[in-house]
Design a binder for this molecule. Structure first.
Ligand code: PLP
Ligand code: SF4
Length: 368
């Protein structure tokens, strides 16, 4: 198989994101042209495709090591028969986003911010996606009328100061369409922060072009959150994309999902977090895997996440350590779960453990 660099030399359109999205690999026949797969795998993948869709950009597929059946990129984008195995805890809408949706496309759960789902389309369908109930069914984006309704809702709720544009992947929209959405939000005076949640820097980094960045720069303050899950995803292409975003003055955060067999170990997480901060991406959240349908094989014990963060805290720069959270099933929002460094605490003192496990005492003030 060829590396990404070789494909780039052979395929003139390689660095054109429109070509990447138009040439997404969506069926087993095309897949077998790109990647050596056995007839058993073709059979298994076909079973999954009856329930869940597949789409992978040629770029992301080129990162797979074809000789490794447990390749972390492969496991994130190529369907596995395990997706068809139902689990008793599986939920169609694990975060009750539909229940917290006052108007179509808006999820209003927290006092000062909303999630705004502007498209159901992604450039790659992650096998571990939380929103598979709506993502990967049909590539539909918000209509003009729905956009107006959503903006009316935000305009009439003055407490909303932060709008998180997500989906699907908002950066699969044309720059022009995205600008229409952002311009409307920017025209609402109480909207302060506009955030974009996107996996594009990881799966289609050529989308981060000058046209997009110069458009976004007009509507500051804009923040971008991306979704790297493994150090192998940090390639010269994705690193360039992240650095271009940072150079445009847009702070960049990263949300990682803890995935069994992919990134559930301290050395892998440490390597990724250090690579992210090297590229000026601030690790933001590490998510415990949700209860979406057909993804239970990716779930680790909660303890795994707690101990990975404990292994990082204190050993690497503080800003390279994300917050480990469980997005509470039923719509409770993100709950931080962390190692308890407090050994005991009474009115006289706190007894605490430091990062390396040594015990320290801090006396409480006695004049109260
Ligand atoms: C994650 C999320 C947000 C943003 O939460 P932050 O903790 O501010 O990043 C907002 N609304 C919903 C519904 C969310 O799931
Ligand atoms: S990019 Fe996000 S919304 Fe799209 S499939 Fe992946 S996790 Fe789901």
């Amino acid at each position: 198989m060829n590396s990404t660099e070789e494909y780039e030399k052979r395929i003139p359109e390689w660095s054109d994101w429109h070509w990447q999205i138009q040439n997404r690999i969506m069926d087993t026949e095309t897949l077998s042209k790109w990647l050596p797969i056995s007839s058993q795998e073709i059979h298994d993948i076909s079973q999954v495709l009856k329930i869940f869709r597949m789409a992978v950009t040629p770029y992301y597929l080129s990162l797979i090591n074809p000789n490794d059946p447990h390749d972390p990129i492969r496991m994130q984008c190529i369907p596995s028969l395990q997706e068809t195995v139902p689990c008793p805890h599986d939920l169609l809408d694990p975060l009750n986003e539909d229940g917290d949706s006052p108007v179509p496309h808006i999820v209003h759960r927290y006092p000062d911010r909303v999630l705004f789902l502007v498209t159901m389309e992604c450039s790659e369908y992650c096998r571990h996606c939380t929103r598979r109930r709506m993502v990967g069914e049909e590539d539909v984006a918000i209509s003009d009328q729905e956009l107006d309704t959503a903006c009316d809702y935000i305009r009439s709720h003055e407490d909303i100061r932060d709008v998180l544009i997500s989906g699907g992947d908002p950066l699969t929209l044309s720059t022009e369409r995205l600008e229409t959405i952002i311009r409307k939000l920017r025209a609402i005076s109480h909207v302060d922060i506009i955030r974009i949640g996107t996996r594009v820097p990881v799966v289609m980094p050529m989308r981060i072009d000058e046209e997009l960045l110069s458009m976004l720069k007009k509507y500051q303050p804009i923040w971008i959150n991306t979704h790297f899950n493994h150090p192998n995803e940090l390639t010269p292409y994705s690193e360039r994309a992240c650095q271009a975003i940072a150079d445009a003055g847009i702070p960049l955060g990263n949300q990682t999902v803890l995935l069994k067999g992919i990134n559930d170990s301290t050395p892998i997480m440490k390597e990724m977090m250090l690579k992210l901060v090297h590229n000026r991406v601030r690790p933001y959240y590490l998510y415990q895997c949700d209860l979406s349908r057909g993804i239970s094989h990716f779930r680790t014990n909660v303890e795994t996440g707690v101990s990975i963060i404990h292994d990082l805290q204190g050993y690497i720069s503080g800003f390279a350590v994300p917050k480990f959270v469980i997005d509470a099933p039923g719509g409770g929002g993100k709950v931080p779960i962390c190692y308890d460094y407090v050994v005991s605490h009474d009115e006289h003192e706190v007894v605490m453990e430091n990062y390396a496990g040594k015990i320290y005492h801090y006396p409480e003030p006695q004049h109260q």
